[in-house]
Design a protein around this ligand. Structure first.
Ligand code: TEU
Length: 585
C-alpha cells in the first residue's frame, strides 16, 4: 500500500502549551519549554505535534477564545519562537499541526469589536446579530432570538444594549460565533490559514468545525431546539448547527483555497461533536477532498447520561460496540482518528483503568488496545507517562469555565454541592490541564525514559510497531468477543510480500486473571506485551521473569500476537473458545 497517505502510519502528540513545560519559571508553559523538550518527542517516536492554541487571547476559555489569529500570545512567546519550534521539529522529522478555532473568535478580536461597535459596519454580518424574540422585553429571560443553551451553561445569546440586538455564542459569551454564510469571513479565514502554511505549518486540527454552518431560514431566523431535562429551561439547538446544510461545501472550499496543490500533503483533522459514522465517511472520503479524519465523540460519552456531568458506569461491551461500528463504517472509505485523551477529557488511566496498584499495567493495556485499531492515534501530553486525574479538593481549585459555570448553575438550582463536585472530579477538563499533579515524584518523564518497564517505554514500542509492521496501519479489522465484559479482543489482517499477516490483540480490562484462549493462536509469536513475556523478557530484551500462564491474561494485561501464512494457505477460521462468546468471523 505504497500510495497510502503518510499520516495513516503516523502517531500525533498533542501539546497543551499552558501546562507542558515552563522555561521561564512564571508557572505557565511556553514555546521555549517545548523547544527544549523536542528530544523527548523524538525519543517517543511521534510523527506529528498538534499544538493547542498559542494565539493572543483573553484566556476566557483557555486560549480557545482567540483575539488575533496571526500572532502569538506573549505568555507563550513570539512568532520567532514558532519559527524555531518548526525548525527544531522538522529537523527531527516531526511535523507541526496548529489548532484552528474559527467557529468563533474572542469578543476582543478586532473583527468583533468593529462588528459590535456599529450596526452599519461591514463587519456586522461577520457574526450572528439578531433582534429579540417578537413581543418580548429585550434583555429579559426568554427574549433571546432562539432558546439554545450554550455549551458552558446559560443561553447561547448575549444581549447588547447599545444596539438592542443579541449575538450568538455556542460557547462562552466571550466567544461569538462567526457567520460563515458571509464569503468575506471565509476568505479572511483561508488567507490566515495560508499564512501559517507558508510559515511551515503542516496541517490543522479544526475546533468544532462541524458547527460552522448554521440552519438559517430565508428571513435569517435560526430554529428553536427541543427542551430536554438536561437543557431546561433552554432548548438543545444542535439540530440547528451540527453538520449544517453547507458544512461540506465550506470544507471543500477551504481545501481548494488552502491545501490544493501543496508540495507535501498536509494533515487535517476536524473536531466534530455529534458527527455520525455516515457523515464521517463523507467528511473523510479522499475523493471529496474535505478532511483527512475527524474526532468523533461517541466513545467518550459512554460513561455519561443526559449530560457529561451525569456520570454512569463504564461497560466494556458498549465500547466494543461503538469502536466496532466506527471501524466497520470507515473500513472501505475514509479514516478514523483514535484517542482516549485530550485537553477536554479526564485522564484515561483514572477513567477506565486502575490508577492505583495497576497504574502502569492498565495505562499500557489501554494504550495497546487503542493504538492497534485502524486509524491515526493521538497521544495527549502525559498520557505516555500514565498520568492520573488531579485529586481536586474544593471548587476553588478549578479554573475551567465549563466546570465553574456548571457548578454555579447546578448549585443555584438546588443540587448537592458535593454531588456536583464529584462529577467535576470525574469529568472536569482541568484534570488534564492544571500544571502539576502532587504525584509528580512518582509519575514523571525523568524516571520513565530509561526504564524499559515504564509507560513511556511501552508507548515507544507501540509507536515503533506502527512504523515497522504495516498490518497496524493498513490491515483490516475484525472485532472478537463482542459480548465479553472483561476482555477486548480483535484481529488485524494484511497481505504483503510475506503472505497473509494477522495480528491478534487482547486486552484485559479487569484487575483479575481471566481466561482468554482464542483458537488457532496457541504458540503464536508475541510481538508486544505489557508484561515481560514467558521467557521473562520484554520484546526489547529487557525485563524480569514472570511465570505467565498460556491462555490466560494477567490483571490489565495486553498482548499482541502475530501469525503469518505464506500466500495461498490462509490462516483459517478463528473461533473464540470463551464460553458464550460468538465467533467474530
Ligand atoms: O471543544 C468542543 C466541545 O464540544 C467539547 O469537547 C467541549 O470542550 C466541552 O467539553 C463540552 O462539554 C472544543 C475545544 O476542544 C474546547 O477546549 C473548547 O472549549 C471548545 O471547542 C470551544 O472552542
Amino acid at each position: 500500500m505504497t500510495d497510502a497517505p503518510w499520516w495513516r502510519s503516523a502517531v500525533v502528540y498533542q501539546i497543551y502549551p499552558r501546562s507542558f513545560a515552563d522555561s521561564d519559571g512564571d508557572g505557565i508553559g511556553d514555546l521555549r519549554g517545548i523547544i527544549d523538550r523536542v528530544d523527548h518527542l523524538a525519543r517517543l517516536g511521534v510523527d506529528v505535534v498538534w499544538l493547542s492554541p498559542i494565539y493572543p487571547s483573553p484566556q476566557d476559555d483557555a486560549g480557545y477564545d482567540i483575539s488575533d489569529y496571526e500572532n502569538v500570545d506573549p505568555t507563550f512567546g513570539s512568532l520567532a519562537d514558532v519559527d524555531e519550534l518548526i525548525a527544531a521539529l522538522h529537523g527531527r522529522g516531526i511535523k507541526l499541526v496548529m489548532d484552528l478555532v474559527v467557529n468563533h473568535t474572542s469578543d476582543e478580536h478586532s473583527w468583533f469589536v468593529e462588528s459590535r461597535s456599529d450596526p452599519r459596519s461591514d463587519k456586522r454580518d461577520w457574526y450572528f446579530w439578531r433582534p429579540p424574540r417578537p413581543g418580548m422585553e429585550p434583555g429579559q429571560p426568554g427574549a433571546e432570538p432562539t432558546n439554545w443553551v450554550s455549551f458552558f451553561s446559560g443561553p447561547a445569546w448575549e444581549y447588547d444594549p447599545a444596539s438592542g440586538e443579541y449575538y450568538l455564542h455556542l460557547f462562552a459569551r466571550k466567544q461569538p460565533d462567526l457567520n460563515w454564510e458571509n464569503p468575506q469571513v471565509r476568505a479572511a479565514v483561508y488567507r490566515m490559514m495560508r499564512g501559517w502554511v507558508e510559515r511551515g505549518v503542516d496541517g490543522f486540527r479544526m475546533d468544532v468545525v462541524n458547527f460552522i454552518s448554521k440552519v438559517v431560514g430565508p428571513d435569517g431566523a435560526l430554529p428553536d431546539g427541543i427542551v430536554t431535562a438536561a437543557t431546561s429551561p433552554y432548548g438543545d439547538g444542535s439540530a440547528g448547527f451540527i453538520c449544517g446544510p453547507r458544512v461540506h461545501e465550506f470544507l471543500a472550499e477551504m481545501h481548494r483555497e488552502v491545501f490544493a496543490g501543496l508540495d507535501e500533503a498536509p494533515i487535517t483533522v476536524g473536531e466534530m461533536p455529534g458527527v455520525t459514522v455516515e457523515q464521517a465517511v463523507l467528511f473523510t472520503d479522499p475523493a471529496r477532498a474535505e478532511l483527512d479524519m475527524v474526532f468523533q465523540f461517541e466513545h467518550v460519552a459512554l460513561d455519561q447520561g443526559a449530560s457529561k456531568w451525569d456520570v454512569r458506569p463504564f461497560r466494556l461491551r458498549d465500547l466494543k460496540a461503538s469502536f466496532g461500528r466506527w471501524q466497520a463504517g470507515l473500513a472501505a472509505t475514509g479514516w478514523n482518528s483514535l484517542y482516549w485523551n485530550n485537553h477536554d477529557q479526564p485522564r484515561i488511566v483514572s477513567r477506565w483503568g486502575d490508577d492505583g496498584i495497576y497504574r502502569v499495567q492498565s495505562a499500557t493495556m489501554l494504550a495497546t488496545v487503542l493504538h492497534l485499531h485502524r486509524g491515526t492515534p493521538y497521544v495527549y501530553q502525559g498520557e505516555e507517562l500514565g498520568m492520573r486525574n488531579m485529586p481536586f479538593g474544593s471548587i476553588a481549585e478549578f479554573r475551567d469555565i465549563e466546570s465553574l459555570n456548571h457548578y454555579a448553575v447546578a448549585v443555584a438550582r438546588g443540587e448537592d454541592p458535593e454531588h456536583v463536585l464529584a462529577a467535576l472530579r470525574a469529568m472536569g477538563r482541568d484534570n488534564a490541564r492544571i500544571p502539576v499533579n502532587p504525584d509528580y515524584p512518582e509519575v514523571n518523564a525523568a524516571v520513565q525514559v530509561d526504564d524499559p518497564g515504564s509507560v513511556f517505554s511501552h508507548y515507544r514500542r507501540l509507536i515503533s510497531l506502527r512504523h515497522t509492521e504495516p498490518t497496524v496501519a493498513h490491515g483490516d479489522f475484525t472485532m472478537l468477543l463482542p459480548d465479553d465484559d472483561a476482555v477486548y479482543a480483535f484481529t488485524r489482517r494484511y497481505s504483503d510480500e510475506r503472505g497473509e499477516v494477522e495480528l491478534l490483540v487482547l486486552g484485559n480490562f479487569t484487575g483479575e486473571k481471566v481466561d482468554a484462549e482464542i483458537d488457532g493462536w496457541a504458540g503464536a509469536e508475541l510481538v508486544l506485551g505489557n508484561y515481560p513475556d514467558a521467557s521473562g523478557r520484554y520484546p526489547d530484551g529487557s525485563g524480569t521473569p514472570y511465570d505467565g500462564e498460556a491462555g490466560a491474561l494477567r490483571p490489565w494485561e495486553a498482548r499482541v500476537h502475530r501469525r503469518t501464512c505464506p500466500s495461498g494457505s490462509g490462516p483459517g477460521l478463528i473461533r473464540p473458545s470463551r464460553p458464550g462468546s460468538p465467533a467474530g468471523r
